[in-house]
Design a protein around this ligand. Sequence first.
Ligand code: GLN
Length: 285
Amino acid sequence: MTDKILIFEALNGASSFLKENGREEAVARLLLQHELGLSHAGLLASMREEMDRDAFNRYWQRIEHHAAGTPVQHLTGYEEFYGRSFAVNEHVLIPRPETEELIEEALRLIALYFPEKKIKIADIGTGSGIIAVTMKCEIPEAAVTATDISDQALHMAKKNAEGQRADVTFLQGDLTEPLNGETWDMILSNPPYIAYAEATELSDSVRDFEPHLALFADNNGLALYEKMVKQLPELLKKPGIIGFEIGYAQGEAVKNMLKAAFPEANVYVKKDINKKDRMVFCVNI
Ligand code: GLN
């Protein structure tokens, strides 16, 4: 056995292995870029070069972990969100592209209703910190506070805020509880919303590797919206805006909760790019 291996051979072997194991072949390229520290273009230009046996062994170990279900983001240690890189681990939900659409709508509403941008924003259940950190980066004039019940998640969120030099206040506690005694112009949350009954429909990479505390909620996945909405009338300023990410079947239920709590508000469900109900906004002006 030589101590070198051709890069394109490593890639081909890994791609076939992942395919045989029912995984996406493209992950072979991503993990190879990660191991070699190369961009996509850089990898393409290096295909006929060799890699060390040690590097190959490390690469192959990750390929095997991924074949067994470990999410690629746990192997590389990060995921991109709204153009920035966020560190992730087994204690936080991996950022999803749907949540970028929550950010987009929140930014559109700020431009419309708070053009001076000097507002207070809260992110409930911040996990990796993506919502809070992205809002602070996009609206530096805003004061952003984020909560989470999990110390391990908050540790990750703080690390991500430091990575982006985003000055966010992090508070430990259950949902809105750490926010009590203050009021907010905008309250955002992507809480756990999957019903326990739906666990069997999730892929093994999600069900077996992502934190259940971040995925599941009681009462068909609606329990945490109910709990938050009870507290929100005391926490939201007027004018004030609430934005929730939701499960595709929860639009009507969450809209009705918010409508009951804020009878004068404009409450609407918004679809994601896959045309599924994905967000509910409550604009109480
Ligand atoms: N707010 C974080 C996110 O949007 C965490 C969400 C969660 O853990 N349910 O990714």
